[in-house]
Design a protein around this ligand. Sequence first.
Ligand code: C5P
Length: 223
Amino acid sequence: PAPRDLEGLHVVVSAGPTREYLDPVRFISNPSSGKMGFAVAQEARNRGARVTLVTGPVNLPNPLGVEVVRIETALELRDAILLASEQADLVVMTAAVADYRAAERAGEKQAKVAGDVTVLLTPNPDILAELGQNKGDRVLVGFAMETHAGVERAALKAQRKNADFILLNYPTREGTAFGGDDNEVTLVRPDGSHEAWPRLSKREVARRLLDEAARVRLSQNAR
Ligand code: C5P
């Protein structure tokens, strides 16, 4: 049986992709499956936490005993996460938030025209960074996917976003990251210290993530 070491804590997890609509029937998105975030939510629940899972469109059923909020766009994700995080002790951002959305979302389906079209994109707000600016006592965990210079970039990201640590993964390794049941990640702290974990099931990655978050919480409370 899982230890009940998260009893009394509120854990907020984001999962899945976001959809950025160009018009009512077209959107920009990415292949995030949501499996990593759902695994974190389930493990946190098993360990006694109250869990809110905010998820983009994924093919996964609501986990029992978890409050699930389904959203589509990054702006909806932001509203839901900021609301849920007010009383949170731990926020884990596994969602693959789209970096951009259409500057103007057309209200009607756009007709096809001859030749090229241009779509103006505008940046989405960085939700993790926003949480980091108003961190309070919360432990904040991010994910990052890099194709090169991963550790340095992830450490800078953790610093810039004021996250306690980031789990770095690579899009290129077979069977891991997007869609797979396993993940191979490196734990990266803002000071650049890091730990490469072997290839593990997403469930085991979730367990180790929660172990690390619990350690961070204890060391913060000890100060
Ligand atoms: O900057 P990058 O997208 O690589 O950072 C990844 C981390 O930041 C992830 O934890 C992701 O969920 C979070 N993020 C966010 N809002 C964004 C972009 C990323 O919260 N707009």
